[in-house]
Design a protein around this ligand. Structure first.
Ligand code: NI
Length: 272
């Protein structure tokens, strides 16, 4: 695989890009839609790289590329292919306006000094045309083996084409970031599946967040979210990056039995 040479990292952006009203909406709802976070050039640049990585099944041999939605078997059509940390495979992904703007917005939403804001992981999700699977309801913190008492983390989800209800845009339950972490399980109750779901969430108040290409939605690590299946003929790509602030570690471990039970096929491919 060809990996483009890494450029020097851009200086951390601290220029505010959100209004007070947007910050208030995030604090109230646990998510914030931004109709235009980056321009068409940045969308095209990121999309080209990610299309190539998905086509090459990059990262699969080390467990970083797998089917999120079902038992991941070599040779089987994937319902929800995902690549963890694609910027390690293609460093140019992390250099550009998407990461700069996501960082600037996250800094405003999470508060605190700029030099304490850490970049979490990035990942990319493809919902294939016609058969892309739904991403069931979950909270991202359910994936974290070492939770903090006071979660201060958010993810910025960028639409790399128009995201619609029909092709699998994100849905959120407003205010659910104030819940604790709910009980989760591997999707379908199958411990071989990487993705998690919660079956105990009240999602009656859920709202969809359709976006144009270059639009983004930022959500808190505890906000309940879902994305529907892709029923269209268009491939749906999303690129996500997280940012976090240091929190207070829990003094007692939290019971997360769904992580202990999990034995995803992708993990058996992780090189020692
Ligand atoms: Ni999620």
């Amino acid at each position: 695989m060809t990996v483009a040479a890494a450029r020097e990292p851009a200086l951390p952006s601290t220029t505010p890009i959100l209004t007070d009203e947007q910050i208030t909406a995030f604090e109230r709802d646990g998510f914030l839609a931004i109709p235009r976070l980056v321009d068409a050039d940045e969308v095209a640049r990121l999309r080209l790289v990610l299309e190539r990585l998905f086509a090459e099944r990059a990262g699969r041999e080390r467990g970083a590329h797998f089917d999120l939605s079902a038992v991941d078997v070599d040779g089987k059509a994937e319902g929800l292919p995902q690549i963890l940390e694609p910027s390690k495979l293609a460093p140019e992904l992390a250099h550009g306006r998407f990461h700069e703007h996501a960082r600037a917005a996250s800094l405003q939403l999470l508060g605190g000094p700029a030099d304490e804001l850490g970049r979490g992981g990035d990942h990319a999700i493809l919902k294939p045309a016609r058969h892309g699977a739904a991403t069931p309801w979950h909270q991202d913190e359910a994936y974290w083996p070492v939770p903090m008492q006071d979660a201060r983390s958010c993810s910025t989800w960028l639409a790399l084409q128009e995201a619609t209800v029909d092709n699998g845009c994100m849905w959120f339950v407003p205010g659910s970031h104030r819940l604790g972490v709910l009980m989760h399980q591997p999707i379908g109750g199958d411990p071989r599946v990487h993705g998690l779901e919660t079956l105990v969430a009240d999602t009656r108040a859920a709202v969809p967040v359709p976006l144009p290409a270059g639009g983004a939605v930022i959500h808190h690590v505890r906000t309940l979210h879902y994305a529907g299946p892709n029923r269209t003929g268009v491939q749906r790509y999303a690129y996500i990056v997280g940012f976090w602030r240091p929190g207070v570690p829990r003094t007692t471990p939290r019971d997360m039995p769904w992580l202990e039970a999990q034995n995803a096929a992708s993990s058996t491919r992780v090189a020692p």
